[in-house]
Design a binder for this molecule. Structure first.
Ligand code: SAH
Length: 366
């Protein structure tokens, strides 16, 4: 069955096979449950704002193992609808039962877009964030749930989200370039040997192979846990989302300009993107205690999201005080609405001899 998400048609069966399947494994849920920064933030958000949950109805969009639904019940919710697309729903059901809240937590197996909830709810809680916030496009489902099942005065947990972007230095730039060069050399040996052994000239496929490898090694964003010292300019917010009223249009594409003053005479190796979310309640019912979950570079508080790194090949030589400015544009991949195409345009204004004109780099968040 097809639906349209962010302008691209979605085949539900293909989406289930590609996207949802990993979430049906406990090892994957365990990765998320082991992320202390994530867990502490959601735990604090719920238990330091119990007032928002006591005697209320809650909808957990994508309950996974059921953790957020169970916390909501422990914090005093009257009823929690815990919706999960995969058969992880069965584990969530038994976990709720084993923790004595099965009379409160009702686990419903199915996509939030397909299931029916018996009533409108006071709170929607969800952990929907992907790499650089938007990968996976799961916020679409939260928007759907909000517009269909949240009371007009209802609360969103989290209530706000931001995407951050910053210039960085990293040795990944050499590492990836070496891997790329090695793959090209491999092809060269392989094609010569094949020709000698089997008498077929492979050279027409050399360029397509190079393109394919370039996309893989140089243009696909990389997961990284950066140290704060690798960030060489003040990070900027490229997108801000108010979860209470953001629309599909608001999130389907991100476009922003940036200007960074670079620190240190070193190299600009690329850019990094990450996100934070906040639990603030809403204007008429603010949180008693605001909580932040950040995935920014940190020496101590790392997350399973890390940061997404976009490498510049080659890196640019910079001097302290140089300015790099340009724009970032993130759109959904035409082939898969849960993956992203990223276009970064940048130019360097240098006080020294170096000057680089505007350059466009295309990346993929896979
Ligand atoms: N809430 C859990 C799991 C978060 S991961 C936790 O915080 O640990 C996101 C979960 O949402 C996955 O288990 C995924 O299968 C589920 N999910 C994603 N989109 C969904 C949708 N449209 N309907 C129902 N479940 C969905």
């Amino acid at each position: 069955m097809e639906s349209v998400r962010g302008g691209a048609p979605v085949d539900k069966a293909v989406d289930f096979a590609n996207y949802f399947c990993t979430y049906s494994y406990l090892y994957h849920q365990k990765d998320m449950l082991s992320d202390r920064v994530r867990m502490d933030a959601y735990h604090s958000a719920v238990f330091k704002n119990k007032r928002h949950f006591q005697g209320k109805t809650v909808l957990d969009v994508g309950t996974g193992s059921g953790i957020l639904a169970i916390w909501s019940a422990q914090a005093g919710a009257k009823k929690v609808y815990a919706v999960e697309a995969t058969n992880m729903a069965r584990h969530a059901r038994s976990l709720a039962s084993a923790n004595g809240v099965s009379h409160i937590v009702e686990v419903i197996e199915g996509s939030i877009e397909d299931v029916s909830i018996p009533e409108k709810v006071d709170v929607i809680i969800s952990e929907w964030m992907g790499y650089f916030l938007v990968r996976e496009s799961m916020f679409d489902s939260v928007i759907y749930a909000r517009d269909r099942w949240l009371k007009p005065s209802g609360l969103m947990y989290p209530s706000h989200a931001r995407m951050w972007f910053a210039p960085i230095k990293t040795k990944l730039v050499e590492q990836k370039n070496q891997e790329y060069q090695k793959s090209l050399a491999d092809w060269s040996y392989f094609s010569q040997e094949l020709n000698e052994a089997y008498g077929v000239d492979m050279s027409t496929l050399t360029m397509p192979y190079h393109e394919e490898q370039k996309k893989y090694y140089l243009q696909t964003s990389l997961w990284s846990n950066l140290y704060p010292g690798q960030v060489i300019g003040d990070p900027v917010v490229v997108k801000e989302i108010d979860c209470s009223n953001a629309t599909l249009q608001d999130i389907a594409a991100v476009k922003s300009r940036f200007s960074f003053t670079l620190s240190g005479s070193d190299r600009l190796c690329g850019f990094a993107g990450w996100f934070d979310v906040h639990f603030r309640g809403n204007a008429s019912n603010p949180a008693d205690k605001e909580v932040e979950l950040t995935t920014s570079p940190s020496d101590t508080d790392t997350t399973h999201w890390g940061q997404q790194v976009f490498l510049l090949q080659p890196p640019l030589v910079i001097e302290d005080g140089d300015v790099v400015q340009g724009s970032i544009e993130i759109t959904r991949s035409k082939d898969n609405h849960r993956l992203m195409d990223v276009k970064i345009t940048h130019e360097l204004r240098s006080s020294g001899e170096q000057f680089y004109p505007a350059t466009v780099c295309n990346f993929f968040i896979e």
